[in-house]
Write a protein that binds this ligand. Structure first.
Ligand code: TA6
Length: 289
């Protein structure tokens, strides 16, 4: 293991900590290949609930859950799939480092447990976590290692940390088709998104990156075109109070902006690969003005 990646634990969960020479860090738990922390520009950029269950079984509230092979409850599998609830393994890199990043790869294959939940699928998943100065890139790779096709939906369900949800906005979805999951209405997004109460919407993915504005924070969020949807979620006060693993005011400090495949499942033929990524990048306030 390279000296900039070290084994650590967070509440007894085995984790890997990445340290970029410039000072940024990231922590990824083997449980769920779940990124728990990304510190960039001197502050934490991800929201991890202080009430998250870290027992190596439950899904962790916050960070970046990997949702696969099912988005939410759109199918017969457990909500948001099952790979966020199981331990992945550190793997030898298959992606070539680009020279200035620190990266780890985690792998998960089918086994007795997955066969019980998702019977006919033979698969190999990889999550590549790459840390650059001011940037974090998560790439999910899926491979059909069996002899029959299977399909999936899913998401990189990123919980961004915001100073205050009521001052935050997301730009870049103007003109995109939107399904408002709270009101169950379809419309076209006009202008930046702002938040007052529960917000849960699935968008047709935009062509370019999004921009999160929150106080002095400016964050660019770019998803690969292979993810057909972008999901934006904040539970608001009422739903947040019903989430046992969230503090009552937790909704004020989180905003999920997700690279997702929601509406149209991807079919992977035997031997086929799919990859999808999300790239987060700090933007100087002057650049985002
Ligand atoms: O991606 C948004 C969403 O699908 C919401 O509808 C909400 O349920 C959220 O995910 C969190 O799901 P979870 O199973 O992690 O509580």
């Amino acid at each position: 293991m390279s000296p900039v990646v070290e084994a650590t634990t967070v509440e007894n969960l085995p984790c890997l900590r990445l340290r970029h020479p410039g000072g940024d860090t990231a922590v990824v738990a083997l449980h769920g290949a779940h990124v728990l922390s990304w510190v960039a520009g001197g502050r934490e950029r991800l929201y991890l609930s202080p009430n998250a269950t870290m027992d190596g079984q439950a899904a962790i509230r916050g960070g970046v859950p990997v949702c696969f092979p099912q988005f939410n409850q759109r199918g017969p599998l457990p909500k948001h799939g099952f790979v966020r609830n199981v331990a992945w393994q550190p793997a030898e890199p298959v992606e070539t480092p680009n020279g200035d990043d620190v990266r780890v790869e985690l792998a998960l294959g089918d086994d007795e447990h997955s066969h019980a939940v998702w019977p006919h699928a033979r698969f190999a998943l990889r999550l590549v976590v790459s840390l650059t100065a001011g940037g974090l890139r998560l790439a999910l790779h899926a491979h059909n290692s069996g002899d029959s096709p299977w399909e999936f939906t899913g998401a990189l369900h990123t919980y961004l940390r915001v100073d205050g949800i009521e001052q935050a906005s997301v730009e870049g979805l103007d003109g995109c088709a939107r399904w408002d999951a709270v009101a169950d209405t379809h419309q076209v997004q006009r202008g930046p998104i702002r938040f007052q109460g529960e917000y849960d919407s699935v968008f047709a993915a935009p062509a370019g990156p999004l921009l999160l504005r929150d106080g002095t924070q400016r964050l660019s969020i770019e998803n690969s075109p292979s993810f057909a949807n972008t999901v934006v979620w904040n539970p608001g006060a009422v739903l947040c109070a019903r989430l046992a693993d969230m503090p009552a005011q937790g909704f004020r400090h989180m905003l999920c902006v997700e690279a997702a495949q929601v509406d149209a499942p991807v079919t992977l033929a035997p031997g086929a690969h799919w990859a999808g990524w999300q790239q987060l990048r700090l933007v100087a306030a002057a650049q985002a003005a």
